[in-house]
Write a protein that binds this ligand. Sequence first.
Ligand code: SF4
Ligand code: SF4
Length: 396
Amino acid sequence: MTDVLGNPPPPSDSLAVLEKQRSTAETFGIPLAVLLEITHRCPLQCPYCSNPVELDRSTKELTTDEWKKVLGELAEIGVLQVHFSGGEPTARKDLVELVRHASDVGLYTNLITSAVLLTRAKLGELADAGLCHVQISFQGIEEGLTDRVAGYKGGHRKKLEVAKWTRELDLPLTVNAVMHRQNLHQLPEIIQMAVDLDADRLEVANVQYYGWALKNRAALMPTVAQLDECTRLVEEARERLKGTLAIDYVVPDYYALRPKKCMGGWGRQFFNISPAGKVLPCHAAESITGLEFESVRSNHSIAWIWQNSEAFNRYRGTGWMKEPCKSCEFREIDFGGCRCQAYALTGDAANTDPACALSPLHETIFKQAEAEAEGETNRFLYRNFAGGTLESENGA
Ligand code: SF4
Ligand code: SF4
């Protein structure tokens, strides 16, 4: 048997296997880590969820065998790491089997979870199956707010418990905290919580406004003053906790002068696979209508889809750009920002991301966001399969 490049089977020595996979990935320009959204089912209803507004129903999800085939193919083309995500990945009954298979084919595995469905026994099974890392998302620091944000009762205590079990099982832990106007005041305690939980890493991720978050922008957008304070706190904590806790920091790009290099540039450093098996340049990409995304159920290999499919090539590089990006000196630095945000806010994914100060729409959108941040809207539209449910007047 040979691999996709016609090479003989990999040697058994694991370092040699990794080296071979890396060089195969380099040949294809394939990302070394891939996000697998194995289901959109989730008991929580976060108003900023990065899943598309049109969620994939369970009947469309890839089967266990289909996911196993995907995992084998990813390892074969040189991917080294997979993130099992969702929705809530533990909602799938076959997660242990999938993690075991990923581990058997030589992939490093990370579980991105809300943790509320996990038991101590299940986490132990996942660890035994070869799980390498756990990332748990938190909505805040206490039950009242976290229940409200997640649209789910009692989750916070469970998350703390699962974080403790994770460390008892000697698995590395990342705490993910999605920040917005209604929880930014809890950031100092969230940082301390990550230290107390013995996490290796904390992600302070300000909400990015597309999909569900765009629908909830007026309830989530922080003020400029809040954001400045958040940045100050993160910088102070990074210095103070050097060697104890690594802190990643993502700012909302509405308040930036230049957009972020979204996904490292379309089709350059990232792809994810949706529950139904679509191979996507970013998890929000299906929000751009008019693009056809190939599926792992098609006759094409994942490497072919990455290299040749129309959707990956549409916004790859700089050839698709219009002005002001086309002649801008930063075009190969930020690749024009986020295609999904450009589409959501301007109706054309080939326009400059309005987060950029050079976009003709930047001023209008920034002012609108600033007004929303100072406004009275606090009620959430919860993310769910019903297309969203508005929070009741007196809370979830
Ligand atoms: S963001 Fe919230 S609702 Fe969305 S998948 Fe994660 S836990 Fe579930
Ligand atoms: S005009 Fe385009 S390339 Fe230039 S900084 Fe703005 S988004 Fe980036």
